[in-house]
Design a protein around this ligand. Sequence first.
Ligand code: AMP
Length: 121
Amino acid sequence: MSYEDNNIFAKILRGEIPCKKIYEDEYVLSFYDINPQKKIHALVIPKGKYIDLDDFCKNASPNEMVGMFKGIEEVAKKLSISNGKGKGYRALTNIGSDGGQEVPHLHFHLFGGEKIGKMVE
Ligand code: AMP
């Protein structure tokens, strides 16, 4: 499977469609999910073209990997949901069809601002 250049997050990264930006640096972009599932529902995506976590772990550089996780930390701090500044949150990434992935560009969902509840249905 190869990366699909016209997926919605690729278009957001190219500035072709808007997003409600939370944070951006060299490695990641973060914005609010258009259809929030919890009080706070943010997405954090790498700037590189990676389909999912499998693809990222196989092909991303060490700097991109560190950048991804530092980006998540920055967003959690900025939204005051990190454990310490806030009360914690859930980070989740869906992979492939059994995982329920809809957009084929790696993204981490950050859910917070309230009790997130059961881990899986
Ligand atoms: P997943 O099922 O893990 O692939 O999640 C895709 C997520 O992207 C869903 O939670 C959608 O609500 C969200 N989404 C789709 N289009 C947009 C968009 N244009 N801006 C922000 N979030 C989006």
